[in-house]
Design a protein. Sequence first.
Length: 158
Amino acid sequence: MEEFRRRKPNRLKTYDYSKAGRYFITICSENRMKIFGSVETADGNANLALSAVGQTIENIISMIPKVYSGVEVDKYVIMPNHVHMIVTITSENDQNRPAPSVSRIVQQLKSAAVKQSGRAIWQKSFYDHIIRGEEDYRFMRESIETNPIRWNEDEYYV
């Protein structure tokens, strides 16, 4: 019988992901299918054209701060087969309720997008990076801002 591969845990075991801080998140589409839209580049500029699924995801992202007080989406980009965003948890408690964890926020986003699009669109899990300091933050913001123009060199470009 073939053994199943164990997924490598990609979260820090001892870190509280509901702790106030900034988090860089990447979520990929199932099988890296280009279902969120397209990128057209010309003259050093990039134009993102979101599909209906991409627009759904954008609407859900815009709702995150309304659903979770104390949580902001500082910057995001929806690429053809993945989403990058910086989520900032500004407070750990709101009226005696703990702040949601990064995993909870991503799970809710993925679930809402599947329900609204009516199909499976996500790969399992997601990538996160705890942003440590202002230099790290600026680098992640710039990565998001320049991601469309670098689409052809992107590691997620298939």
